[in-house]
Design a protein around this ligand. Structure first.
Ligand code: AMP
Length: 372
């Protein structure tokens, strides 16, 4: 399906971008849009969203309300989204009515379901952890025997930041019918995949963009460290073999082309000790592991996404500093003053009021300029 391309007029300076979702990603996209003379309009499902404080306007409505979304879309030149779990049905209806939606709705269908996503990656020639479809507790034991070793049960839909995941021991270490029943209860009986646990050397992500005319730009890869399933730091350069990076860039290029993609995409990889890559997941949007690009590159990921969906030429991804991005999660945000006193730290706070545990409150990018 092709929802946007040469057929839609380029969004000129003064034009408007509609962003579905009002979180920190929408906030940073809205700020980037305003820097290049475009206005960002937010569609959010709750008042006081982080993006609403920097956008030209905010429309409130439910994400599955096709009628409200249609009214919102009528007032903007192009529609994009800041989270992949936006219901695809309403956006598909809008695309059929002639609304420019980018990235296209087929991308959401792939990215919203881990089973479809991993099957798609395999069909493209990319390797993933071994996985099996799970629809019952009995499937868990059978699949675990098939895969061998420890595994992770993951809900097919709506999982992020380690949510909807249960780690399971190998059959030899105690995975039996009772343990499978417990795991199945933990995911509330939702359709799942069971995935082999990978003993990786490190994790990297590759963030790329494709413009409406098919041009592609890819950033240097960061090395990502997660704790409790949540990204903590991204460090660039990643210090992994150049052949791994080359292979990852090729996978991202193939994905962008095969999906007729317009906008920024992030692909997360496991790097094995021999340098081989496994695709973990793709995010059809700007990504937390790309936040450093805003401060360390000529064009950051937020502006790049806006440029792509608006039909502008892509900007340069050239990096002029080494960088370490640190997420400020929950109470971490109390350290903002120390970071603000560091002359090489770029402090970015999201304007969220309550610092709940596990909530992303902001991030800091520490820069080490290349060449002094
Ligand atoms: P996900 O939500 O699938 O991106 O998982 C969140 C994090 O859990 C990943 O970034 C990894 O650190 C870890 N993880 C997920 N799947 C696996 C796996 N198959 N093997 C080892 N670690 C994993």
């Amino acid at each position: 399906m092709m929802d946007i391309g040469e057929g839609f007029p380029i969004v000129p300076p003064g034009g408007s971008i509609g962003i579905v979702g009002g979180g920190q990603l929408g906030r940073m996209m809205a700020a980037a849009a305003s820097r290049i003379g475009l206005s960002a309009h937010i569609y959010a499902d709750a008042p006081g969203s982080p993006a609403s404080f920097v956008a030209a306007s905010t429309c409130m409505g439910s994400f599955d309300d096709t009628h409200a979304l249609s009214g919102f879309a009528a007032g903007v030149d192009v529609l994009t989204y800041e989270f992949e779990n936006v219901p695809a049905g309403p956006l598909a209806s809008l695309a059929l009515e002639g609304v420019a939606v980018a990235p296209n709705v087929e991308v959401l269908r792939v990215a919203q379901d881990r089973l479809i996503e991993k099957t798609f990656a395999n069909e493209l020639g990319a390797v993933t952890a071994p996985f099996r479809q799970i629809d019952s507790p009995a499937d868990i034991v059978a699949a675990a025997r098939d895969i061998g070793g420890p595994t992770i049960l993951k809900t097919r839909r709506l999982g992020y930041d380690g949510k909807g995941q249960v780690r399971l021991p190998s059959i030899d270490d105690g995975l039996d019918a009772t343990a499978a029943d417990d795991a199945w209860r933990e995911v509330a009986g939702a359709p799942c995949i069971l995935e082999g646990m990978i003993d990786f050397d490190c994790e990297i992500s590759i963030i790329g963009a494709r413009g409406r005319n098919g041009e592609i730009a890819i950033y240097d890869a960061p090395r990502n460290v997660h704790r409790g399933g949540i990204l903590r730091t991204s460090i660039v350069p990643a210090n992994v073999p150049s052949r791994s990076i080359k292979a990852g860039r090729q996978i991202v290029t193939d994905l962008l082309e095969r999906l007729d993609y317009v906008g920024v995409i992030a692909v997360e990889f496991f790097v094995q000790t021999n340098g081989d890559l496994l695709v973990n997941e793709l995010a059809p949007r700007v990504h937390n592991s790309g936040h450093w690009t805003e401060d360390a590159c000529v064009t950051g990921q937020f502006e790049q996404h806006i440029r792509a969906v608006a039909g502008w030429p892509l900007g340069s991804t050239r990096r002029f500093a080494n960088a370490e991005m640190i997420n400020l999660i929950g109470d971490d945000v109390a350290t903002w003053r120390d970071h603000a006193a560091d002359p090489f730290a770029c402090v970015r706070l999201y304007g969220k009021d309550v610092a709940r545990a596990g909530r992303k409150m902001g991030h800091v990018t520490r820069l080490v300029p290349i060449g002094g």
